[in-house]
Design a binder for this molecule. Structure first.
Ligand SMILES: Nc1ncnc2c1ncn2[C@@H]1O[C@H](COP(=O)(O)OP(=O)(O)OP(=O)(O)O)[C@@H](O)[C@H]1O
Ligand SMILES: [Mg+2]
Length: 293
């Protein structure tokens, strides 16, 4: 693994670990660049976001994110590549930045390259304060209007909602979805920040409403209702997307957990609590599920 061999990069990571270089957000993060000489005398760059665990984490937060990203990839979603490493006793999730694809520069000058991305919040024309009003149906309508290959993008977004529900990623607010902008059209970026959240109490809800009547309960039943109504999927098709994801998660859980270095204790904290919590398969319940905002 290049990460372990890159001395300079290890130093940068240690510095970030010590001083908590932050790019904003509640949790410690750092932007890192790994530069490696390549054959023609240039440098290959790898731009990453590093997310660190805290000793006060109530559950293995960073490993849970690592394994959720890993499972999302395994069920066939388009996901930022990521890797879990352990440094100085802390879990570190390294996520490759899709807005800074690996660049090859010749000689001393490195030609930077940056893809323009806009968050779903911006696409919906909402301000930070209005974030809680953003909904998946609104985003789906923008996809129909302004995205390349909207049919595929709608299917991908539906599949991301299903995965978010299956792994308890309830933090799926409008800044955790984004699209590339090429000056003309929008294209979904790879998924990022798939971060399982604790499920306190009985009411667990997604950050963005899923259906047109603004149901946001973290339940597969809600997603399936949106499949036809919002994402133009046939009911059988939506059902199959769900069944395939559940099957793959069950089949590949052990491999994913091993790849992300979860211990037996970590696995017990996460499996069927955050990942495939039985509650997500319960029917909708008007007495408990939150409607409106
Ligand atoms: N792989 C990526 N490539 C490029 N930009 C990214 C990537 N992952 C995240 N980002 C950008 O960085 C921001 C912060 O990352 P991320 O959402 O993972 O952090 P976070 O602290 O967990 O966020 P939150 O505030 O939602 O809890 C994102 O909103 C997005 O704009
Ligand atoms: Mg985020």
């Amino acid at each position: 693994m290049r990460f372990a061999e890159g001395e300079a990069f290890s130093e940068a990571l240690s510095r970030a670990l010590m001083h908590g270089t932050s790019i904003g957000g509640a949790r410690p993060k750092a932007l890192l660049v790994d530069r490696e000489p390549v054959a023609d005398g240039g440098l290959a760059e790898r731009h990453m976001i590093a997310k660190f665990s805290l000793s006060t984490d109530p559950y293995p937060v960073v490993k849970a994110e690592a394994v959720a990203m890993n499972l999302a990839r395994r069920v066939g979603l388009n996901v930022s590549s990521s890797e879990l490493v352990i440094r100085a006793g802390r879990d570190v999730l390294l996520v490759d930045r899709f807005d800074r694809p690996g660049t090859l520069g010749s000689g001393p000058g490195i030609i930077g390259q940056r893809r323009i991305m806009v968050s779903a919040l911006t696409i919906l024309g909402l301000s930070e304060e209005q974030s809680r009003y953003a909904t998946y149906p609104q985003l789906a309508d923008e996809i129909r209007r302004r995205f390349t290959d909207s049919k595929q993008a709608l299917r991908e977004l539906f599949s991301r909602i299903v995965l978010n529900i299956l792994v308890s990623n309830t933090d799926d607010h409008a800044r955790n979805h984004a699209a590339f902008w090429d000056g003309q059209d929008l294209t979904l970026t790879p998924a990022y920040d798939i971060s399982p959240q604790l499920r306190p109490g009985q009411v667990v809800a997604q950050a963005m409403a899923i259906t047109r009547d603004r149901a946001r309960a973290s339940k597969i039943a809600v997603a399936l209702r949106a499949g036809e109504e919002v994402f133009n999927l046939k009911p059988d098709d939506a059902r199959e997307i769900v069944d395939r994801q559940v099957h793959t998660i069950r089949e590949e859980w052990d491999d994913a957990a091993e790849e992300c270095q979860l211990t037996q204790a970590d696995k017990q904290l996460v499996w069927e609590r955050l990942i495939l919590n039985p509650g997500v398969f319960h029917p909708e319940d008007p007495d408990f599920d939150t409607y409106g905002s």
